[in-house]
Design a protein around this ligand. Structure first.
Ligand code: PMV
Length: 335
């Protein structure tokens, strides 16, 4: 490898939304989940990242949009890649999202997936997706899934070193083209980050054991529904998993409530549509935004209904997206 000048790599990645939720860790340092999860990757929201390893830098630097941010978790991922490449240089990471950050739209998932892809390219490592997934996981659990496109499972794994807790694809994006409508109900950042929230829940929620015990059954149901393209079965297990996760959080002490009034109104609107025969279901991550998943031919109708819900500020329409990939050049804020 050349040691002459800066090493540059660019990548983009999409957030994913969990249909069977990840909430809780079995190992905080390695970011190993207490439960497995299943997600879909979204094509409409994108993080673009450029990583520059530069011998002139004295520490890792992170620029998110047009502001500087703490690089501690970024450095954890970069250290693992630097060690594999035998490169000691620090890096400047420039990243931007075309959607609101930190409000339950999984910007950390796309962010760490793009980071790891770009850094791998800069260092010329050429790691495979499973290896990248394991490294992205160290930045943010759900980032392990955004390395892949389509329908993705991230198993809990049993090994203490986490080598069996990397994601894999269940179906490619074109394998079952569903539409996802994201109803934005606030642009403010969430009050409690997911790592802190998970720790609090595992320590204080009386439903913790039941949550962990029920997960394998939900995973099997969702996996089967996806492989059979059984919309009704996927709707049932996804709504169940979402409501169980929020019930678990709400029952912790003090209770964690990520929803606002519009979140609840949007959930009722989606259930109302389903009762009228429209194939649609909802899911909500650790934030107040509501995602409606439906067959593409019903997307106009679902979007119209969500726009009519009081407190819904915007509706973003998405399909199922690809995994993290290298891009050639990237204009970043300030260029
Ligand atoms: O990956 P994290 O630490 O941002 O946690 C994600 C947690 C949920 O979004 C609520 C669920 C999930 O599986 O993505």
């Amino acid at each position: 490898m050349s040691t002459e000048g800066p090493l540059i790599g660019c990548a983009e990645a999409h957030p994913n939304i969990a249909l069977v939720k990840y909430w809780g860790k079995r190992d905080e340092k390695l970011n190993l989940p207490a439960v497995g999860s299943i997600s879909v990757t979204l094509d409409a929201l994108t993080t673009r990242t450029r990583v520059t390893f530069d011998p002139a830098l004295r520490r890792d630097e992170l620029r998110l949009g047009d502001g500087e941010a703490g690089a501690a978790r970024v450095s954890v991922c970069l250290d693992l890649l630097r060690e594999k490449a035998g490169v000691g240089w620090y890096a400047r990471v420039e990243s931007e999202n075309d959607f609101p950050t930190g409000a339950g739209l999984a910007s950390s998932a796309s962010g760490f997936a793009a980071l790891v892809r770009a850094a791998d390219a800069a260092l010329g490592l050429g790691l495979d997706e499973r290896e990248l997934s394991g490294i992205a996981r160290r930045g943010s659990g759900s980032a392990a899934r955004s390395i892949f496109g389509g329908y993705v499972e991230w198993p809990r794994g049993e090994r203490p070193d986490g080598s069996d807790s990397v994601a894999h694809q269940l179906l490619p994006p074109g394998g079952w083209p569903l539409a996802v409508l994201v109803a934005i109900t606030t642009r403010r950042s969430k009050p409690k980050g997911s790592s802190e929230g998970m720790k609090h829940t595992a320590r204080t929620s009386p439903y913790w054991e039941a949550w962990v015990e029920g997960q394998e059954e939900d995973l099997a149901a969702a996996r089967g529904a996806i492989l059979r393209r059984d919309f009704q079965a996927l709707a049932e297990v996804s709504e169940r998993s979402c409501l169980k996760m929020h019930a678990l959080m709400m029952a912790s002490s003090p209770g964690l409530l990520y929803w606002n009034g519009a979140t609840v109104e949007a959930i009722h609107a989606i259930r109302g549509l389903r009762h009228e025969g429209i194939p649609v279901f909802f899911t909500v991550d650790a934030g107040p935004q509501v995602k409606a998943i439906c067959l593409p031919s019903f997307a106009d109708e679902v979007e119209r209904a969500l726009r009519g819900v009081g407190g819904v500020l915007e509706v973003i329409r998405s399909g199922i997206g690809d995994g993290a990939r290298v891009t050639h050049a990237m204009p970043v804020v300030g260029d």
